[in-house]
Every structure is written in structure tokens, then in C-alpha cells.
Design a protein. Structure first.
Length: 237
């Protein structure tokens, strides 16, 4: 690509005449500023083969890679800079931008905070840090009191038993109390379509005969037996 910038043309001439010249770093930065990122990468890469410790050129290389979306390569280059110069503001901001583009907001915020420590009162950095702190902060979970009704899904249990409408807790407590208050001789015959009545009648008969409650033989009976246990526990608590 041909350039008409006198500054770029002069630096290109100097690097061409002396491939070992450190002017390559300035040339790479000028190319990056005009959007010629591919050319800037090529110039910086070539120069860094001769001068690997030239950190400003590595910063230019990393920033040009970021512009092209080559984030992994850019991260590697800028990390080298920060590991050798922990106060290099341009490299730190570059790493912050990389993490932000990746969606790694916590890591991005850490680097933006480091940058703000080096450039205090920078309005752009202050605004960025404040905005990202709001994004990263997690809302506190609401404090709620858990009721017994929330812990036990009585509606689902009654649905399994075939009832059309769920009984209230008071009605269930009344039914459970009847197991203790009514003598076997006073128990009424079970209603044909009432699973609770059938359960009560069966339990009365077994109590009268001195037999333990049977293990559940089907899902409905198992649900009823479990319900009776929960009701006794709730009433005694």
C-alpha cells in the first residue's frame, strides 16, 4: 500500500536503508494510526526479530492485532509488555479491552482499575470503571420467609390422588386429628370416591387388629401414607 504521508515515507526510507534501525517502531505506530494495521504488524514483527526487548513496538503490535480481532495473539504480546513493565499504561488498557471484547468483564474491570491507578483523574477511565462496576456487581438475593406451604407441594400430591381441588392445610389437619380422636368402633364406612376416607378406614382396621401400617403397594397409597406422616409432623411442630 502506498502512503502519501511525509512522515511515513521518511520512516520507510530510513528502515529500508538500515534494517537494524529502531525507527521501525515509529513506522509501525504511524501505520497503525492511519488504519494500516496489516502493514504495522508486518513492520513490528520484522523489527522485533532484531530488537525483541523494544516494548513500545510490541505495544503497537498488540494494539494492531486487537484492531484486526486477533485477540489471542494480541493478549500474548501485551502480556509480555506488562510482565516486563507493570506500569505500561497502553499495554494495560489494551489487555482491558481484550477481556472486555471477550465478555470477561471481571478481568476487564481489574485491568481498567490498574490503568486508572496510573492515570488518576482520567475522565474516560473513571467513566469506564464506574460503568463496568455496575455491570459486574451482582444484586443481593432477596430475603424471603419460606412457608411450610412452599416446602411441600400439596397441590401436586392431591393431584396424584385424583382429587379435583386441593384441600386446605386446616382440612388436612382435621383429617389427621381424626385418626387419633375416633375409636375404631366409631369409624364411618369409607366413601367410595374419597381416597382419604379409604385410607382412614384401612388404618383403623389394622389398628384394631394390632397390625402395623402396610408398605405402600402403589403410588396412590404411598403418597397417602407419606401425607399422613407429614401431617403428624406438622401438627406436632
Amino acid at each position: 500500500m502506498a502512503f502519501d504521508s511525509p512522515r511515513i515515507l521518511e520512516l520507510q526510507r530510513r528502515v529500508a536503508n538500515d534494517p537494524s534501525s529502531i525507527a521501525f517502531a515509529q513506522l509501525g505506530e504511524e501505520l497503525r494510526r492511519v488504519g494500516a494495521n496489516e502493514e504495522a504488524i508486518a513492520v513490528c514483527w520484522t523489527g522485533l526479530q532484531r530488537h525483541p526487548g523494544y516494548l513500545s513496538a510490541r505495544v503497537t503490535l498488540g494494539r494492531a492485532l486487537v484492531e484486526l480481532g486477533r485477540l489471542d495473539e494480541a493478549h500474548a504480546e501485551l502480556s509480555v509488555v506488562v510482565s516486563n513493565a507493570s506500569d505500561n499504561l497502553a499495554a494495560i488498557r489494551g489487555l482491558a479491552e481484550i477481556h472486555q471484547r471477550r465478555g470477561e468483564m471481571t478481568e476487564a474491570l481489574d485491568f481498567y482499575r490498574r490503568a486508572l491507578e496510573l492515570a488518576r483523574h482520567d475522565p474516560d477511565l473513571e467513566e469506564t470503571v464506574e460503568r463496568m462496576e455496575k455491570q459486574v456487581a451482582l444484586p443481593a438475593p432477596p430475603e424471603t420467609d419460606v412457608s411450610i406451604e412452599a416446602l411441600f407441594d400439596f397441590d401436586r400430591l392431591v393431584e396424584q390422588l385424583g382429587a379435583e381441588t386441593p384441600p386446605s392445610i386446616t382440612a388436612l389437619d382435621t383429617l389427621a386429628a381424626s385418626f387419633d380422636d375416633i375409636r375404631p368402633s366409631e369409624a364411618l364406612p369409607p366413601a367410595p370416591n374419597d381416597p382419604f376416607s379409604q385410607l382412614e378406614h384401612g388404618l383403623r382396621e389394622r389398628e384394631a387388629q394390632g397390625q402395623p401400617a402396610p408398605a405402600a403397594a402403589n403410588p396412590d397409597a404411598e403418597a397417602l401414607v407419606e401425607l399422613e406422616g407429614w401431617l403428624h409432623a406438622l401438627r406436632s411442630s
